[in-house]
Structures are given as C-alpha cells and as structure tokens.
Design a protein. Structure first.
Length: 341
C-alpha cells in the first residue's frame, strides 16, 4: 500500500517479517502517527492481535502465521502457541485457518518463516484477484459505500472491499467512496479514509447513522468485507453491516461481500453458529480517554453483527463473483488447496 508520510511516499505491507522480528503498522495510532512496532515472540503477537495493533480478518491471520513462525524458531510448544493465538479474538475465521495452516506446514518440516511469508503472499495474491473480479462491478461515475476497514491494513496489502475500488480507480474510472465512520473504534474514519487519501481516491466520511440517507439518494453499490462466512452464506462483519445490508435490500442497492476463501468456514451451517466478540464498554462510553456517558450508565459493545445470505447480492472472491447459492465453488477450491471440506 502507498503511505504518504509527510515527506515522502512509501510502499509497505500491514504486517511482515524482518530481521528475526514480526513487524507491523500500529493501527491504533493511524492516522495521527505512522509507527512500526516489532514483536520478538508469539506472546507479543497474540497481545498485538488482542489489543488491535493489527486487525482485520486476513491481517490477523497473517500476523498469527508469523506468530507461529516465531514460536517454531524459539522452540516453543507449538500446540500451546496455537491455542494462545487462537484465543485472542473469536470471530475472524482467518485466524483459525492461518494457525491450522501453519501447524500443518510445520509438521511437514517447512521452514517457519518461509511458510509464513508464503501464507502472507497468498493473502495478497487473493486480494489482487478479488480486485480484478470486483472491479468489473464498478462503472465510471459510480458512488460506492463501504463500512469499517477492509483495505490493505486489514489484509496485509490491497484489501478485500477496497481492492475493486483501488483497481477501478487505477484503471481510470471516476468513482466516489462513502466511508461510514464505524463506531466505536472508527476503523472507517481513521483507516479506510487514510488509505483512500493516500491513494488520492475521492471520498467522504459519513456517520454510521447517515447510511440510509446516502444509500437512498446517491450510492450505486455497497461493498463490505467479512470476518466469517458460514456454509449457507450468512456472514459476520463489523457491527453496523447488517443495517446497511437491510437498507440496500429495501432501496435496491446491490450489496456485495468481498472475502478470500480463508474467511469461509464450511464447518458451520449458518450464521447462528458464529461467535460474536464482545469488547469493553469503555470503547462506547469514552471518546479517547474521556468518559462522555453518564457515570453509572452501562454500555453494550458487540464488535460484529451477523447478516443473512438473502441480503447478499454476491460474494467477490478470488475464484470469481458468486451468488450465495454458488459458494460451494469456494468449498471445492479450499479442498483442492488444503484438503479441507
Ligand atoms: O474489529 P476489526 O477491526 O478487526 O474488524 C474488521 C472488520 O470487520 C473487517 O470488515 C473484516 O475483518 C474484513 S477485513 C478484510
């Protein structure tokens, strides 16, 4: 991804391995500060996933793959390391997929860092293909809404929901992006807007409550990411996604979910089986360090919501754009790649 640091423009990934360390952009500080942080063992990587230094399903998966590589290099107990990494966040399936993928690779005797690098490279290649397929949905002069951050920060590089947007822009289409701010952690306002700004893609931030207003009059297409997609096409994504899906359905706006096959969990039949992460109520009651809610008023803070497949126009994947009733193609591809059904 391109990052404008003030003085220069640099190309970077969200997470990578260098000089014996896992390195990542501290996403909690963007856009105020661009800081790279280093991790020397899998415990530090697990903490970085938990505290959202790194976030977004495919980036969490890649970070965990590198965490497993560190565990192997440091001769830690691999099963315990896998459990620790998997215990950090419950909803994003890429985390579980990546850790199991690394366990299999390490059992086969693969070099730990090479195996994790190959995993991260594969994530980026999947995003490139998602961009290629998804860009076909975007015509000149289109207005597109997205929610949360499913960009390069969330996927090592390029993005899932942002991949078709980047590609259409690079191919010369005039587009405009409505970025919903994504309370309470503001991944839309802080991260997606930052990525679009760095690329020079025209956009505006809108508050979450303004989605219906703009979907009714301006938006032609909505693309979001996903944290876990069940076998029937129900999926979990950042809280507020479900509202947008229902609004799009009501208003006739096509609603697409962009995700790589690592996000599809065929072991669960429907979205009812997806565990939704609850986070601290402080994220809701406080802005920065200051509490704005009345003392004594509790808050609820589900990090994700679940949307039924019936609201999804299509899934933009690396194997093409699929209707919810066509996602068995993803299952077959996964089996071909991993022997997983
Ligand atoms: O809590 P986060 O910031 O990790 O949540 C991220 C999202 O919900 C993204 O939309 C999802 O992980 C897809 S990222 C390509």
């Amino acid at each position: 991804m391109r990052v404008l640091t003030g003085k220069e423009s640099i190309e970077t990934r969200a997470v990578w391995f260098e000089r014996g360390m896992v390195r990542m952009i501290d996403q909690r500080l963007i856009p105020q500060k661009f800081k790279i942080v280093d991790m020397a063992d899998h415990h530090e990587v697990a903490e970085a996933i938990r505290n959202m230094t790194v976030r977004g399903a495919p980036s969490i998966g890649a970070a965990a793959a590198y965490g497993m590589a560190l565990a192997a290099r440091n001769e830690a107990d691999l099963q315990k390391a896998a459990e620790e990494l998997k215990g950090t966040r419950p909803t994003a399936y890429d985390l579980f997929y990546a850790v199991d993928h690394m366990l299999s690779s390490l059992e086969l005797g693969d070099d730990p860092v090479k195996a994790a690098d190959a995993y991260a490279d594969q994530v980026v290649e999947r995003c490139r293909l998602i961009g290629m397929h998804g860009a076909e949905l975007i015509d000149d002069e289109m207005n597109i809404m997205t929610h949360c951050n499913a960009g390069a920060l969330a996927t090592v590089d390029i993005g899932t929901a942002l991949a078709p947007i980047r590609r259409a822009w690079t191919e010369g289409r005039h587009i405009y992006v409505y970025v919903s701010e994504t309370r309470p952690r503001l991944q839309g306002m802080r991260l997606t807007a930052w990525e679009l700004y760095n690329e020079g893609i025209p956009h505006s931030i809108v508050v979450d409550g303004a989605a219906g207003h703009y979907l009714r009059k301006d938006v032609n297409l909505t693309i979001v990411g996903a944290d876990r997609i069940a076998a029937n096409g129900d999926f979990a994504n950042k809280i507020g996604t479900f509202d947008k899906a229902v609004l799009c359905h009501e208003l006739g706006v096509p609603f697409y979910v962009a995700a790589p096959i690592s996000t599809f969990d065929f072991s669960i039949a429907s979205g009812d089986d997806i565990v939704i992460e609850d986070r601290s109520e402080d994220e809701v009651t406080h802005v920065g360090k200051e509490r704005l809610a009345p003392e004594g008023s509790p808050a609820l803070n589900p990090s994700f919501d679940m949307t039924r497949a019936k609201y999804v126009t299509g899934f933009i994947t690396e194997v093409g754009i699929l209707r919810p009733d066509e996602i068995d193609k993803v299952r077959r591809e996964k089996f071909a790649q991993e022997g997983e059904l």
